[in-house]
Write a protein that binds this ligand. Structure first.
Ligand code: TAP
Length: 493
């Protein structure tokens, strides 16, 4: 009988084999979008003092989805006032009580998972199978994980008393809108801080839907405030005098700017910035498995991933074999409607990002690398880009040095382990890396030698809330996730 039941249950379509995935209720698939979203300040939705709104566009159709309030400096002031007022009571709550709110947020996200997945895909362009199996479950997992820490902080910092900073200003990018929100809000709340968060201009909707959940969960007014807008709103969040800590995820350029503007203010700062990860394949690697890892590493979320395996370093003796198999695999990727659950590569998040990718790909051709793109028809309207492989790439090429943040892989070769290490570390960035080999000793050697915050071995893009994530060099500093991620949200006394 057991066997029959097992046979009847369809295999979940988990492309990234995520442990945290679950079956959301099918009836909740309606994204329930409002035509206009207000700011979320002091526990309620309020119209912006600026009286201005901007449109959030569906990148797969180029049609507006909703109007979003544009927060001015005065609105950001109001958000900080609410967060400051809420801070003493929130930090004084017993950890177990704060944990209950986090558990509630996690469960409500699970209850409305399908609705959130659809909203995330419509607003950001990522394939629905990714938002359904990765973004939303991982966001819920992040709240569950930090709920567990809320009453155990004394164990995380033995011999010291962790004290929250107070109000934290948080600014996030557009590539994983809900997940980045979870990475920011969950540890801040667990450690007793209150927050003012600004989502990216092109992907504010799931943050505002999250505000609905915050109300439903009864989180005290002012503990979570969400202000939407463009870069100026972000700058107002970062530079506000009541921000005791600033947590930023985004580009290295803006990160450098923020570091300069917060210098000398006494604000605690953490930066999660760009990357140009090396995914390194040795000749003893299981090649088919490695090819899947390469594809996942660069084409997951259209390559809009800070830790994307965007530089493939392949050992010369297997380079031709890997390239042939890679081309075949790329030929079979489905580019198209993000709402189709068979789509592998969805829409590019914005026209500006599409232009940036197009410009860098043209530079790759100009500099002499060999381009491969499969024959396929891209949907129109909508912002789409073909999966692209560049072979014969030199270290000096722009496509080997600059973050493309799109579905474009630059392939370089190496002969010896030392050459692989030298090439992998020859980057201004240091966020992540991948190593494919049969030898355990080589994995250990590489993970020590590679200057990257995360090194995956014989896998890629594996995440867990318990595992700290963050970079070296121009990829930023500070860690998110795990016990280490909590440390940036407290002062130890
Ligand atoms: P950015 O242009 O840097 O934008 C990030 C956020 O900062 C957005 O909310 C943006 O608002 C805001 N912003 C812009 N100018 C600002 C300023 N002067 N002061 C304060 N905030 C400002 O990056 P992006 O294009 O959204 O995201 C892509 C980048 O993020 C990539 O480089 C990627 O590698 C990085 N990223 C890193 C990680 C980690 S964990 N390291 C994770 C995801 C992404 P607008 O949206 O309105 O411009």
């Amino acid at each position: 009988q057991k066997k029959t039941a097992a046979r009847r249950r369809p295999e979940p379509e988990l492309i990234f084999g995520d442990l945290w995935a679950f079956d959301p209720a099918p009836e909740s698939a309606d994204p329930k979008l409002q035509s206009r979203y207000q700011l979320f300040i002091g526990g309620k939705f309020v119209a912006p003092k600026s009286r201005r709104y901007f449109e959030s566009i569906n990148p797969a159709t180029e049609k507006p989805l909703a109007e979003i309030a544009l927060a001015s400096a005065k609105d950001v002031d109001a958000a900080y006032a609410a967060a400051t007022k809420a801070a003493p009571a929130w930090s004084a709550l017993p950890g177990a009580e704060r944990g209950k709110y986090l558990y509630r947020l996690a469960r409500l996200l699970q209850d409305r998972a399908r609705e959130f997945a659809v909203a995330e895909t419509l607003d950001g362009g990522k394939p629905i199978k990714e938002s359904r199996d990765f973004d939303v479950p991982m966001a819920a997992a992040h709240f569950f994980y930090h709920a567990g820490w809320a009453d155990k902080l004394a164990y995380a910092f033995p011999g010291a008393t962790p004290v929250p900073h107070g109000v934290v200003g948080q600014v996030i990018p557009w590539n994983f809108p809900l997940l980045m929100l979870a990475w920011k809000i969950a540890p801040a709340l667990a450690t007793g801080n209150t927050v003012v968060l600004k989502p990216a201009e092109t992907t504010s909707i799931t943050a505002l839907k999250f505000a609905e959940i915050v109300m439903e969960a009864g989180v005290p007014a002012g503990v979570i405030n969400i202000v939407t807008g463009a870069g100026e709103t972000g700058a107002a969040v970062v530079n506000h005098p009541q921000a005791a800590k600033v947590a930023f995820t985004g580009s290295t350029d803006v990160g450098k700017h923020i570091m300069r503007s917060t210098a000398g203010t006494g604000k605690k700062l953490t930066l999660e910035l760009g990357g140009k990860a090396a995914n390194i394949v040795f000749d003893d690697a299981p090649i088919d498995q490695a090819v899947e890892g390469i594809v996942n590493g660069i084409f997951f979320n259209q390559g809009h991933v800070c830790c994307a395996g965007s530089r493939l370093l392949v050992q010369e003796s297997v380079a031709a074999k890997v390239l042939t198999r890679l081309r075949l695999r790329v030929k079979n990727l489905r580019v198209g409607d993000p709402m189709d659950k068979n789509t592998d590569i969805g829409a590019i998040n914005s026209k500006a990002q599409l232009d940036k990718i197009t410009e860098l790909v043209a530079a790759g051709v100009d500099e002499g690398a060999e381009i491969y793109q499969p024959e396929c028809t891209l949907p129109s309207p909508g912002w789409f880009f073909k999966p692209t492989l560049f072979s014969g790439v030199e270290q000096s090429h722009r496509i080997a040095r600059e973050e493309i943040f799109g579905p474009v892989l630059s392939i370089l070769t190496f002969r010896t382990t030392e050459e692989a290490i030298e090439k992998a570390n020859n980057s201004a960035y240091g966020l992540s890396a991948g190593v494919w080999t049969d030898k355990g000793s080589r994995i250990l050697k590489m993970s020590t030698a590679l200057k990257a915050g995360v090194v995956w071995a014989n896998t890629y893009n594996k995440f867990d809330p318990a595992s700290p994530f963050g970079g070296y060099k121009e990829s930023g500093f500070g860690r998110e996730g795990g016990k280490q991620g909590l440390a940036d949200y407290v002062k130890l006394t």
